[in-house]
Unconditional design. Structure first.
Length: 261
């Protein structure tokens, strides 16, 4: 895959995608969004790719946020158009992807960068990471799902503070409040992200998607409806060949060979 502002590389069954605008702290442009969406859609139908790792060029920033020159061009009429729709759809496309995604965050992860990262299955960070939604400092609010996803990870209190003050949190705080799951030294961050991606990618695909969807549904429904939804997904999993393969592999003390059916 060849793109303008992202780099892609295969590492066995993983696809590593690097946001690459080093002179601009990997700030998110419209074209970068177009490329990311195309990249993940192609990866989803590539049977050789089991999981995706996202990172940024350098250790100063995963993504410093939106591209400011583009931001200055936005008006009421533009925010009802296709570019705004794309900004909304990208994190959701990653969130609902049929394959696991892991984001390795170093340095700044602000605005559009954090909104994109919150669509991933798992986020981990290096100690120098700073994560925030600074839009209110420019008289704006997050516009690509930030106000909606952030509270699901960190709760209303922290979401209110981060959105309404614009102040970032450091890696330790992000880990404590649930925005990232692990903090690792810079030298080992990408390796750990790949390790997690491989672990996620080794699971039965239908079970992975079912478990993820059940967890996501828990933020949108009441307990009893959520449990009913879980029960239906569980029944679907139990009807798959992969479920039988998992049980057989356990009994035979070998690694399972999942087929996604």
């Amino acid at each position: 895959m060849d793109y303008e502002n992202i780099l892609t590389a295969r590492d066995e069954e993983l696809l590593v995608v690097t946001l690459h605008r080093p002179d601009h702290l990997n700030a998110m442009t419209h074209q970068m969004r177009v490329d990311l969406l195309d990249c993940v859609r192609k990866a989803e139908v590539d049977d050789g790719i089991k999981a995706i790792v996202f990172t940024g060029t350098g250790d100063k920033a995963f993504c410093a946020g939106a591209n400011i020159p583009e931001l200055r061009e936005r008006r009421l009429e533009t925010e009802m158009g296709p570019a705004a729709t794309l900004r909304k759809e990208l994190p959701t496309a990653v969130e609902r992807l049929g394959k696991p995604t892991v984001v390795a965050i170093s340095g700044f992860c602000f605005g559009a960068g954090l909104e994109f990262a919150m669509g991933a299955t798992i986020r981990i960070a290096s100690p120098n990471a700073q994560l925030g939604q600074p839009e209110i400092r420019f008289g704006q609010i997050p516009g690509s799902g930030g106000t909606q996803r952030l509270s699901r990870f960190v709760g209303l209190g922290w979401a209110m503070q981060m959105v309404l003050t614009g102040e970032p949190v450091d890696a330790e705080t992000a880990s404590r409040i649930g925005l990232v799951t692990e903090v690792h030294d810079q030298a080992g961050l990408l390796d750990r992200a790949k390790e997690l991606a491989r672990k996620l990618g080794s699971k039965a695909p239908i079970a992975f998607q079912s478990g993820r969807d059940a967890v996501l549904r828990s933020t949108e429904t009441d307990l009893l409806n959520g449990i009913d939804y879980e029960r239906k997904l569980y029944a679907i999993c139990m009807a798959t060949e992969d479920s039988r393969e998992g049980l057989d592999a356990y009994a035979e003390k070998r690694d399972p060979d999942y087929k996604g059916r």
